[in-house]
Design a protein around this ligand. Structure first.
Ligand code: SF4
Length: 363
C-alpha cells in the first residue's frame, strides 16, 4: 500500500465499520514485543473472500436508517457552509464545531452546518471518569487520542444560541445533543447546560434535547430534566460492576449511581437509551449477557444503541480477563436476541431516535 510517499507492506489487517453496523468478530493477529498500544479504533475481523472475489468483514447491520450514511456527510459544499456560517456568527462554540466537522469529520457537528437532523453541542472540558479507551484524552504512555478534548467550556449563552438556531430550523430528526466525542462529561456542567436548555425551550418547543452521558451524577441529570431535557443516552461497556469500574475508572462515583441515573430518567418519562460499547469475546460472554438483560428488564430502558468499542483488543482483553462476569461466548447476535427477549418492545439500533420515531412507549 502507498501511504503518502511510502510503500508499506501491512502484516496485519482489520476493518473499521461505517455507522449502522456492529462488529461480531475481532481480527486475528499476533503482537511482536515492540508493537505499540494501538489507537482507538473498533478493529473488526476482515479478509479477502476468494470465492466472492471481494473483501469481507464480520458485522451485523444493526441500524438501516440512511441519515448517517457517509455519502451524505463530508460533502464538497461543507467547507463553504462552515465558512459562511462562521462569517455571520462569531459564537466561539461554532469555531470548535467547525474543527470537529472539518478535521474530525464528526457527522453530528457537520449536521449543525447542514442544519438538519441531530446537531452537536459539546459542553464540558473535564470528566469524572478515566476510561481506559477514552477517545478524547489519553495518558502520556497511552496511544494518541482520536480527538483533542475541548479546552474551553462554553457558557450557557453560547450553547443556547447554537441550540435555538438548530431546533428552530433543522428539518428531519430535529435534535440537539450534549455529550460529544470531543469533550468530557456533560453532567459535570449541569447548571450551565440546564440554563441553556431552559432558554432553548423558552424560544421553541420544536425537536428533541438529548444528553449523551456516563450517567455518573443522577442529581445533575435531574436538573437537566427539570430544565426540559426529553432524551438521554447512558454509556456503559458492561452491567457487571467490576468490569464497568475497571474500564471507566470512576472518580467519586460508582456503578450504582449509573444505574440510578437510568432508573431516574425512566421514572421521569425521558426517552432512555443505553450506549452499549460492545466487544466480541467479552460482551457476549454468558455472564455479561445475563447482567445486561437483568439491567434492561429491571430499568425498563427504551433502546440499546449497539456500538463497537474502539480500543486495542489486547488492552481490553487484559482488563476483561480479570474483571468480566465470564462464561461461554454466545455471539453478539446472541446478546442482541437475548436483550430483545428480556424487554418486550426494546429498540436495538445504533442511532438516537428522533421525536417522531419513538413510537408508543412500552411501560
Ligand atoms: S466518560 Fe467519556 S470523556 Fe470521560 S473518560 Fe470516559 S470516554 Fe472519556
Amino acid at each position: 500500500m502507498r501511504i503518502g510517499r511510502r510503500i508499506v507492506r501491512p502484516s496485519a489487517v482489520a476493518a473499521v465499520l461505517p455507522p449502522g453496523w456492529t462488529r461480531t468478530e475481532l481480527p486475528a493477529f499476533r503482537k511482536m514485543a515492540i508493537a505499540p498500544v494501538l489507537p482507538q479504533w473498533a478493529y473488526t475481523a476482515a479478509a479477502w473472500d476468494e470465492e466472492r472475489q471481494c473483501h469481507v468483514a464480520w458485522a451485523l447491520h444493526t441500524d438501516k436508517r440512511r441519515h448517517w450514511d457517509p455519502a451524505t456527510h463530508s460533502t464538497t459544499d461543507l467547507p463553504e457552509r462552515v465558512r459562511s456560517r462562521l462569517a455571520r456568527d462569531d459564537n466561539p462554540l461554532l469555531r470548535q464545531l467547525a474543527k470537529c466537522a472539518l478535521e474530525y469529520r464528526c457527522f453530528t457537528a457537520q449536521n449543525t452546518f447542514y442544519e438538519r437532523d441531530e446537531g452537536a453541542i459539546p459542553a464540558s472540558s473535564g470528566c469524572n471518569a478515566r476510561c481506559v479507551g477514552c477517545i478524547s484524552e489519553q495518558p502520556e504512555e497511552g496511544p494518541p487520542a482520536s480527538h483533542q478534548r475541548i479546552r474551553r467550556a462554553p457558557d450557557w449563552e453560547e450553547m443556547a444560541a447554537i441550540g435555538i438556531a438548530h431546533l428552530a430550523r433543522a428539518p428531519g430528526r430535529t435534535m440537539v445533543s450534549f455529550g460529544q466525542g470531543c469533550e468530557g462529561e456533560p453532567l459535570t456542567r449541569a447548571r450551565e447546560i440546564g440554563e441553556a436548555i431552559r432558554r432553548m425551550r423558552q424560544a421553541t418547543r420544536r425537536g428533541s434535547i438529548n444528553v449523551n452521558t456516563n450517567g455518573s451524577l443522577p442529581g445533575s441529570l435531574a436538573l437537566l430534566i427539570d430544565a426540559g431535557l426529553d432524551a438521554c443516552r447512558i454509556s456503559l461497556n458492561s452491567a457487571h460492576k467490576p468490569l464497568y469500574e475497571a474500564y471507566y475508572q470512576p472518580i467519586q462515583y460508582c456503578w450504582e449511581e449509573v444505574e440510578e441515573s437510568i432508573r431516574l430518567a425512566r421514572r421521569r418519562g425521558v426517552y432512555t437509551a443505553l450506549n452499549l460499547l460492545t466487544f466480541p469475546g467479552v460482551t457476549d460472554q454468558e455472564g455479561e449477557a445475563d447482567k445486561l438483560c437483568e439491567l434492561v428488564s429491571r430499568a425498563r430502558v427504551h433502546q440499546v444503541q449497539s456500538r463497537s468499542l474502539a480500543i486495542d483488543p489486547d488492552q481490553y482483553f487484559a482488563l476483561a480477563a480479570r474483571h468480566s462476569a465470564g462464561g461461554a461466548r454466545i455471539g453478539i447476535a446472541g446478546v442482541i436476541a437475548r436483550l430483545k427477549r428480556a424487554r418486550r418492545g426494546l429498540v436495538i439500533g445504533n442511532f438516537a431516535r428522533g421525536l417522531n420515531e419513538r413510537g408508543p412507549r412500552v411501560a
